[in-house]
Design a protein around this ligand. Structure first.
Ligand SMILES: Cc1cc2nc3c(=O)[nH]c(=O)nc-3n(C[C@H](O)[C@H](O)[C@H](O)COP(=O)(O)OP(=O)(O)OC[C@H]3O[C@@H](n4cnc5c(N)ncnc54)[C@H](O)[C@@H]3O)c2cc1C
Length: 418
């Protein structure tokens, strides 16, 4: 096994081969390093330049459970400098009275979550991986083929120097929504296209955001204004696909006016506008979470609409659970082959629930049938005065519902009581 970030060639043996070094694959690699697991990570882009789609200008809203996972992995002390606490969430709908406010103090927590720019997450993850020990990175390399045998997986990787054969006891597909590994396994996926795109841009405003995350439901789709460090605001504006393309191409002044008109003046006037990017939206649910010694995580397992900001939060719970199962298997000497089934039993319920909740939210706010708007408004108002329902939303949003992996409880993967 070659150590550190140095290039490897020809033949590698490891415990876990991770295919895909986006947010999810690289976080899993960090988790496995904390237990000294021999890991190979293959990423088709150039990881040193953070070219992966995960690490673009997007902002991720991290739930408190996710913050705890990143802290347990030792990543938070770097990320905290670039994270903005979310003090309250304000949900509203244009033309309706219903407003839902979820407040950190009311919930008895310091923050409801944190926003971090994806690029900062990428920097922290790759800086941490550059010190990893039993770890080999194959960058600008692609999985060409693999076969399963009694001992795990034998994979063939193409890189600039030709081919590398990797033998692994477990292969983890963190290779995104299209997941070539999922396709090669013959696992189907159900896809719902929303005919919408998310327009991403960071802006400054003349009133301070005071740590408030705004989610505003408009007839054209939801608009999120997320608090960022330095007084900036991260905009996630969901629009019908054509409209998104038109708005993204507007000159700065016209774009500013359109955003101002959509959001209103809760943050005063919109001032500076950053670079705009578009993301087509869809939900993809894999029919299975793996097969034999291969498991799927992150977007490869379930890709969500960003309306509720749940995708990476859900994936982090998957990563924490999977890393815990791998730690247990290594400790007890159990076959890695049982990991896939145990991972599925643990994680399928949470994945289904979050996918259902997110899709339901898109459907609920996507209707433009006359009269439905009033029901939606009433629903929101009712939500604000029904503490039970609101509390359950807040607890899901904070990522503290369900059976929690050790990392999400602030515990290391291995230690007393494990
Ligand atoms: C607009 C938007 C806003 C979002 N906001 C939030 C939010 O606020 N909170 C939240 O929790 N989530 C959010 N999400 C979801 C979050 O971005 C995803 O959950 C996350 O990016 C998934 O990462 P991933 O690593 O699974 O997949 P990807 O980022 O797609 O990474 C897959 C990687 O695999 C590599 N790869 C693919 N095939 C191969 C191969 N054969 N060999 C080698 N490498 C390969 C690719 O190059 C890529 O780097 C948002 C998503 C969008 C679109």
């Amino acid at each position: 096994m070659t150590h550190g970030m140095e290039r490897v060639e020809r033949r590698l043996d490891c415990d876990v081969l991770i295919v895909g070094g986006g947010l999810v694959g690289s976080t899993l690699a960090v988790a496995l390093d904390t237990i000294g697991c021999r890991t190979v990570l293959v990423e088709s882009r150039d990881p040193s330049r953070l070219e992966q789609p995960s690490f673009d200008a997007r902002v991720t809203a991290l739930a408190n459970g996710s913050q705890r996972i990143l802290a347990s992995l030792g990543l938070w002390r770097t990320l905290v400098r670039d994270a903005e606490p979310i003090r309250s969430i304000h949900v509203s709908e244009r033309g309706r009275f219903g407003v839902v406010r979820i407040d950190a103090r009311e919930e008895g927590v310091a923050a409801l979550g944190y926003t971090v720019e994806n690029r900062r997450l990428g920097e922290a993850l790759w800086a941490r991986l550059s010190t990893a020990k039993d770890f080999a990175l194959l960058g600008r390399a692609s999985l060409r083929s693999f076969e399963r045998d009694g001992e795990g997986v034998r994979a063939r990787i193409d890189d600039a120097n030709g081919g590398v054969e990797v033998r692994a006891r477990l292969m983890v597909a963190a290779d995104g929504a299209e997941s070539p590994v999922r396709a090669a396994l013959g696992i189907g996926a159900r896809e719902d296209r929303y005919a919408q795109q998310a327009l991403i841009v960071n802006v400054t405003t003349d009133k301070p955001h005071d740590g408030v995350a705004y989610e505003r439901f408009l007839p054209s789709g939801p608009l999120a204004m997320l608090p960022l460090p330095g007084g900036r605001v991260g905009v996630v504006w969901t629009l019908p696909s054509r409209e998104a393309e038109r708005v993204a191409a507007l000159p700065d002044d016209a774009f500013r006016d359109a955003l101002q008109e959509a959001f209103g003046y809760r943050l005063g006037r919109i001032l500076k506008i950053g670079k705009r990017a578009l993301h087509p939206l869809r939900r993809v649910r894999s029919d299975a979470l793996g097969s034999g010694p291969v498991v799927l995580v992150g977007n490869a397992a379930v890709t969500l609409h960003p309306v509720a900001g749940q995708g990476f939060n859900l994936a982090l719970r998957d990563v924490a659970a999977l890393a815990e199962l791998i730690a247990e298997a290594r400790r007890s000497g159990d076959a890695f082959a049982s990991i896939a089934a145990r991972y599925r039993a643990w994680r399928a319920g949470d994945q289904r629930k979050v996918a259902w909740f997110t899709h339901g939210l898109v459907g609920l706010f996507g209707w433009s049938i006359p009269g439905v708007g009033a029901i939606r408004g009433l629903g929101l108002a009712a939500f604000d005065v029904l503490p039970g329902a609101k509390r359950s939303l807040a607890h899901h949003t904070m990522g503290i519902a369900g059976r929690l992996p050790r990392l999400a409880r602030g515990l290391p993967l291995e230690g007393a009581g494990s």
